[in-house]
Design a protein around this ligand. Structure first.
Ligand code: SF4
Length: 255
């Protein structure tokens, strides 16, 4: 295990290995179809998961399919997705995204063509669409097409900064390239997928924003935040760290 003074690349890989042991390997299966992933992430901005799902389901129930959504009066579409934070902005965005996909494929509402495109071209094409940023484009390409990119959300960002393999002033946007540069010599797309999922869970379940649960954390041996708060981890503290996520005691991890 590295010390807290180890170089960032060494810490990033130790983070990957230890969280892999702690949470276990994540099967590389997309959580939803590429179209659903893309449209749902537009709906999800500043919106709870339950409200995003409600908006998605209402939209398709109301207009039948993607062709119906694209052709719908924009005010009616905004009404159907009213549980989201900005329905009046998101409704025309969704229709614009559908138009661009149909234009690219010659009529189909599908993103399968991205599988054959080089990563950079696919990333740029997605990010040229309204409302699609680096995180959404990376999620679609990594989750659905196994492209070697790394989505960074607030959880991944916080864990990387606290452990100390990402600078304290590096923004979430800039963290995408910075973390990828540390990891890609060693990790392929499947490794990056596991890194993303493990750090997402870690930020959500253990390394909380307000009061991180450091006694439960396998990264304490080289974490900057831990060292600054409590001093270097003692052999007793390391020995008391659970070896694995205890689903029976602490609950099921989200998908
Ligand atoms: S030791 Fe504490 S601060 Fe560091 S990563 Fe673990 S939970 Fe977060």
């Amino acid at each position: 295990m590295p010390t807290y003074a180890a170089p960032p690349a060494e810490k990033a890989l130790a983070n990957h290995q230890l969280l892999h042991q702690f949470y276990g390997p994540v099967p590389p299966a997309p959580r939803r179809s590429p179209m659903r992933e893309l449209v749902s992430t537009i709906l999800s901005h500043r919106t709870t998961h339950a409200d995003e799902e409600l908006a998605y389901d209402r939209m398709l129930a109301e207009f039948g399919d993607w062709a119906g959504v694209e052709a719908a009066p924009v005010a009616a579409l905004a009404h159907a997705i009213r549980t989201t934070r900005w329905p009046d902005t998101q409704a025309p965005r969704i229709q614009d995204v559908l138009r661009r996909i149909r234009a690219e494929t010659g009529g189909a509402y599908a993103l399968d063509f991205l599988a054959d495109w080089p990563t950079e071209r696919a990333m740029q094409w997605l990010m040229d669409m309204p409302g699609i940023g680096l995180k959404t484009a990376s999620l679609v390409l990594l989750f659905n097409f196994r492209k070697p990119v790394l989505p960074v959300d607030a959880h991944v960002h916080r864990v990387a900064q606290r452990v100390g393999f990402l600078g304290a002033k590096v923004s979430v946007e800039k963290a995408h390239a910075a973390l990828l540069a540390l990891l890609t010599p060693a990790l392929d797309a499947e490794g990056l997928f596991n890194f993303h999922k493990h750090n997402y869970w870690h930020g959500q379940q253990i390394c909380f924003f307000l009061k991180p649960n450091c006694p439960r954390c396998p990264l304490k041996g080289f974490c900057n935040y831990y060292t600054e708060q409590f001093g270097p981890a003692t052999p007793e503290a390391l020995a008391a760290t659970p070896a694995h996520w205890d689903e029976a005691a602490w609950g099921k991890l989200p998908h």
